[in-house]
Design a protein around this ligand. Structure first.
Ligand SMILES: NC(=O)c1ccc[n+]([C@@H]2O[C@H](COP(=O)([O-])OP(=O)(O)OC[C@H]3O[C@@H](n4cnc5c(N)ncnc54)[C@H](OP(=O)(O)O)[C@@H]3O)[C@@H](O)[C@H]2O)c1
Length: 274
């Protein structure tokens, strides 16, 4: 049986401290975000996904978070203080959703977890013979254009004069420098393009809001619907639960500073080359 990594103490001490309390089969809880201050207004885009849902659960338990907004296409992602139905490819819907989320207070943290690897008519290409324009277009729409549109609305809404962050889920396979295996051309290219979007918009963000961060995160290989068809190929001990991955990613967000702007980070906090 495949071993799935669940919660374990962080590799090095950091502000997102693990208490490892055993509650109802869940192996850990956390004292939560330490570096953002308190009374946080937080949004999770893609809250209906495996990792997005785990972010909502973790942030809901975080005492620093005052308002939690869970945004998904069908609006049924449970657990957030507020839930919204919003198509991330609809600019007007995003504008309306963001206006509601920031009606009383600006945003302090936003996380975007949207992404596809496979689906109807879409499968990661093993060779150039498998490349199809429609599938590639769809992957670009969801993996690159949707997070970019979200960033268009999130970045100007981040509070000023204090640490704030927008973190977007990328993927290590989107690293051009790290690509030694080939394959999966559309997914890789869409995530590489996303990394460029993050870098480009982080430069504009630094000019307009010097305390704000825009970074990418690689969650590792996580046991969700996205990775499900490919889990047989994952090395023993390399498949994480969504809770474990989210714990590590929140830790990474918490320990980043503005010198990290525009980069993509792995769960162990190392920078992934572009
Ligand atoms: N799982 C892994 O091993 C792994 C590894 C590396 C990177 N990642 C990245 O982590 C992120 C989260 O993935 P996951 O593992 O949580 O996958 P998941 O459970 O399949 O969730 C997919 C997410 O993408 C959104 N989505 C799917 N199809 C969409 C569409 N047609 N239009 C708009 N949004 C769509 C969903 O939004 P709704 O909330 O609206 O349903 C959901 O939030 C992705 O960006 C993925 O590339 C995952």
């Amino acid at each position: 049986m495949r071993q799935i990594i669940a919660e374990k103490p962080a590799a090095r001490q950091s502000s997102f401290v693990t208490l490892a309390i055993l509650i109802s089969g869940h192996t850990s809880r956390s004292m939560g975000l330490q570096s953002f201050g308190t009374d946080l207004n937080v949004a999770v885009f893609g809250a209906g996904g495996g990792i997005g849902g785990a972010f909502v659960q973790a942030l809901r338990a975080d005492p620093a978070v005052a308002q939690l907004h869970a945004i998904s296409r069908n609006g049924e992602a449970g657990g957030g203080t507020h839930t919204y139905a919003c198509d991330p490819l609809d600019n007007d819907a995003l504008a309306a959703t963001m206006a509601t989320i920031t009606a009383d207070t600006p945003l302090h943290l936003a996380i975007t977890t949207i992404g596809i690897l496979h689906g109807e008519g879409i499968a990661p290409e093993k060779t150039w013979r498998h490349i199809e324009a429609d599938a590639m277009r769809r992957i670009y729409e969801v993996n690159t254009i949707a997070p970019t549109l979200i960033a268009r609305h999130v970045l100007p809404a981040l509070a000023k004069g204090r640490k704030t962050a927008h973190a977007v889920l990328g993927a290590r396979v989107g690293s051009i420098g790290d690509n030694r295996l080939g394959g999966w051309v559309s997914y890789r290219a869409s995530k590489a393009a996303l990394a460029m979007v993050i870098r480009t918009l982080s430069i504009e963000l630094a000019r307009t809001n010097p305390h704000a961060l825009f970074i990418g995160l690689h969650p590792g290989t996580v046991d969700t619907a996205l990775s499900q068809p490919f889990q047989q190929g994952v090395a023993q001990g390399k498949l994480s639960t969504p809770d474990h991955a989210v714990h590590q990613m929140l830790n990474t967000i918490d320990t980043r500073s503005t010198t990290d702007n525009g980069n993509v980070f792995a769960c162990n906090e190392t920078k992934i080359p572009h």
